[in-house]
Design a protein around this ligand. Structure first.
Ligand SMILES: Nc1ncnc2c1ncn2[C@@H]1O[C@H](COP(=O)(O)OP(=O)(O)OP(=O)(O)O)[C@@H](O)[C@H]1O
Ligand SMILES: [Mg+2]
Length: 222
């Protein structure tokens, strides 16, 4: 397995505390809740941020974790954590160009492995429906304690609902004040229709400083 080096920024303390709470809540969701997707209604609600930091938080407690970037449309993982080398990814595995062992990378964080999204593919929904995704999730389930899957927003793309079929639970990330209750309910139903339990929601980017928007701190709370 190849290894990559991630540069991890320091977070706001309240953000870190919120992520630890989320980790605890996932741990207490049950022993059979190990494949977890993060999704949301719309873009920019914080899925990728929370998926990464939750994966990191699990790895730091000694759990063997695989983070899967299933956002083939708009992956941010490689740029956000300053990955310099070229990496293979999920789209290449799902199209049969690469074997699973060629697309999973170990990292400089002990216990954290990553499957990057890979180059853009025009038909992600079809790729996720095929048997390779199912095989990947089943195989990874044998090796890892936790598999966290970052997905595109369910409200605008179908992939999230397809990926939900292979997961034990989903966490809905909701950007504070950004989406309507009705819209979130619709997404919740769509995920549940795939047979995936909604474990809970993270209210993200809550403005905790009333005095000034620009000086405000944000946090994700479970
Ligand atoms: N709790 C937070 N505090 C501060 N910044 C945050 C927080 N959560 C997310 N952000 C920032 O908000 C932006 C959007 O977050 P992110 O990319 O995680 O959203 P996303 O839901 O994955 O979006 P997309 O649907 O486009 O994939 C990023 O710049 C991220 O760094
Ligand atoms: Mg994202």
């Amino acid at each position: 397995m190849k290894r990559v080096r991630l540069t991890i920024p320091e977070n706001d303390q309240r953000f870190d505390e919120a992520i630890k709470t989320l980790r605890t809540n996932i741990l207490f969701s049950g022993v059979d809740i190990r494949k977890i997707m993060l999704t949301s209604t719309e873009s920019n609600e914080g899925k990728s941020e929370i998926a990464f930091h939750t994966a990191l938080a699990f790895a730091r407690t000694g759990k063997k974790v695989l983070l899967i970037d299933a956002d083939i449309h708009k992956s941010v993982l490689t740029s956000r954590y300053h990955l310099e080398e070229e990496v293979n990814g999920l789209s290449q595995y799902l199209t049969g160009q690469k074997q699973v062992g060629e697309v999973i990378y170990s990292t400089n964080v002990e216990n954290l492995d990553i499957l990057f999204a890979g180059p853009y593919a025009p038909n992600p929904a079809e790729l996720f429906t095929g048997k390779l995704m199912k095989a990947l999730m089943a195989g990874a389930g044998e090796i890892y304690d936790y598999i966290l899957v970052d997905t595109p927003p369910v409200g605008s793309l179908i992939e999230g609902a397809i990926i939900a079929q292979y997961c034990d639970g989903a966490i809905l990330v909701i950007r504070s004040g950004a989406v309507s209750y009705k819209w979130v309910q619709r997404v919740k139903q769509q995920v549940e229709k795939s047979g995936c339990r909604i474990l809970g929601a993270v209210i993200n980017m809550v403005n905790v400083s009333k005095s000034s928007y620009y000086n405000s701190y944000y946090y994700g709370g479970y």
